[in-house]
Design a protein around this ligand. Sequence first.
Ligand SMILES: NC(=O)c1ccc[n+]([C@@H]2O[C@H](COP(=O)([O-])OP(=O)(O)OC[C@H]3O[C@@H](n4cnc5c(N)ncnc54)[C@H](OP(=O)(O)O)[C@@H]3O)[C@@H](O)[C@H]2O)c1
Length: 237
Amino acid sequence: MSDLTGRTVLVVGRAGGIARAITLAVREAGGQVVVAGRDPEALAAAYDDPGVTAEQVDLTDERSVAALAGRLGRVDHVVSTASARARGVVGELDHDTVLASFDVKVLGPILLAKHFAPRLPADGSFVLFSGSSARKPTAGMLAVGATNAAVDVVARGLAVELAPIRVNAISPGTIDTGAYDGLGEQRKAELFAARRAGSPARRIGTAADVAEAVLFALTSTFVTGQVLGVDGGEPLV
Ligand SMILES: NC(=O)c1ccc[n+]([C@@H]2O[C@H](COP(=O)([O-])OP(=O)(O)OC[C@H]3O[C@@H](n4cnc5c(N)ncnc54)[C@H](OP(=O)(O)O)[C@@H]3O)[C@@H](O)[C@H]2O)c1
């Protein structure tokens, strides 16, 4: 079993979804968690646990990232789940939407690495979030896929630059985190039924599936520069 006793993990993201599952999994493994995001009140309200503290950060603002690094004491691991969606076929995309996607998910982790790596212990690590659209082109996922492919490159590049600090990326497939609720109940059910039928794992993923992989990345001291697919094999077919 993964053991994070005595370790502090910074988890950037929202109060629910994958970030929440990671926070609960780290606590279960004995670690302390600092949850950070744009809405620290919502984050604080989401946990009734003295082992979880909430902080403010906006990954598109370097001063905010630097200030968070300055406020926190020792941090052993940094996990960034933050993303800004840029779904749509090419004719629907606009400059600002695509830029926001890269800003949060690619530049954000680069800024986290810049300001936190000097404070991490040699056996610390970063976990970035990519997505299976980097490897499986689907109509409407152009900018999301390009963003995720860039995350994969950043994870490998940082693993070389920051060594011996480890850097890995998790690449989820379709995970039911509420991220698809905007489609409406019926379209979401149809999409999930089609993805379930086409997936080698024959199911939709859960936030707990992803959190398990994050714990593996945090505690596997011989794993770095990897993009770990947690996707039920979706990109294979
Ligand atoms: N769910 C899936 O099926 C799936 C599939 C592939 C990849 N992924 C990736 O897995 C990760 C987690 O997914 P999820 O579905 O749990 O979460 P999500 O719905 O993508 O939430 C990401 C959160 O990031 C936060 N965020 C946005 N801009 C930010 C900024 N400038 N600074 C700090 N935080 C910011 C937002 O929280 P606030 O609104 O509270 O600020 C947002 O809700 C994401 O990177 C996602 O792209 C998910």
